[in-house]
Write a protein that binds this ligand. Structure first.
Ligand code: RIB
Length: 289
């Protein structure tokens, strides 16, 4: 089985700041680093590191070839990443404060220029039972979700960055939805339906330091978070999602997939950076909390 991930690829610029800047404030960063990121790339790297055959479907700009190369080094199948010569790469400018909290400004770049043929070529290789994963940092999500559903894929959506309209556009095609507590409330306001009656087989609501909740066939089950001191929370949610779907794709029951992903996400918040520092299965297994 395989995971096809229609997702963003960003250059992440991390600015370490004493506190997150307020309106009109000019602030000196104590450190600046650049790495591989984007919610899509992070989830692809996490899924690959968690042992799933992961095919990334996306695009890099003329200044982003290094990003596709790095994804390949992490074990991601990069054949369906288009290289766009006339478009700049996606970027994220991330402020991280002393407590590990962040603010992010995105530049979409190539992520919103992914050719429709790139998506259709990738999905034409997929087989029934494979997974299509998406987030809200690319275009053409509803079209991809519809095709994938028709092909018998398990269609998964991480509703981030959250926009209720974007979720509603893919909702009829979804088997899996992951979002946080506030977003779940916002989606309920928009749809008039609570998350357990959306018609989505598996819904995961992340609860921050309280863990995560899985809604499935009228049942609700809570999973506690590991006690950790956060250094940088950026990419932890992406790591969790990639791990859950990879473990499911490898045949683990959802309870075990979520428990494994809780450990991976917890380990990730103790690290500085995004895709470059996502732990592999051995590190997750050996971590002591
Ligand atoms: O979720 C973290 C990610 O959000 C970063 O890697 C950044 O690129 C933004 O897309």
């Amino acid at each position: 089985m395989a995971i096809y991930n229609l997702g963003s690829i960003n250059a992440d610029f991390f600015y370490h700041v004493p506190h997150l800047p307020g309106p009109g404030e000019t602030l000196a960063a104590t450190k600046l680093t650049r790495g591989l990121g984007g919610k899509g790339a992070n989830m692809s790297v996490a899924a690959a590191r968690a042992g799933a055959h992961t095919v990334h479907v996306g695009a890099v700009g003329h200044d982003g070839h290094w990003a596709a190369d790095r994804m390949m080094e992490f074990g991601v199948d990069t054949r369906h990443i288009s290289k766009l010569p006339d478009t700049p790469n996606g970027q994220a400018h991330i402020y991280v404060d002393a407590g590990g909290e962040n603010s992010i400004v995105l530049f979409q770049g190539a992520n919103h220029q992914i050719p429709a043929e790139t998506i259709s070529a990738a999905l034409s290789e997929a087989s029934t039972g494979d997974t299509l994963l998406m987030q809200n940092e690319t275009k053409d999500q509803p079209e991809a979700a519809k095709i994938a559903r028709e092909l018998g894929l398990y269609v998964a959506y991480a509703a981030a960055p959250f926009e209720a309209e974007a979720v509603e556009a893919v909702l009829p095609h979804l088997d899996f939805l992951i979002l946080n507590e506030v977003e779940a409330e916002q989606l309920e306001e928009a749809t008039g339906k609570s998350p357990d009656v959306l018609g989505v087989t598996d819904v995961i609501i992340t609860l921050g330091a309280k863990g995560a909740r899985w809604l499935h066939e009228g049942q609700s089950r809570d999973f506690p978070a590991m006690p950790v001191t956060p250094v940088d929370t950026t990419g932890a949610g992406d790591t969790f999602t990639g791990y859950v779907l990879a473990a499911r794709d490898r045949g683990l029951p959802m309870e075990q997939a979520i428990a494994l992903a809780m450990r991976a996400g917890a380990l990730m918040v103790t690290r500085q950076g995004t895709a470059d520092v996502i732990p592999d299965l051995k590190e997750v297994d050996e971590a002591r909390f």
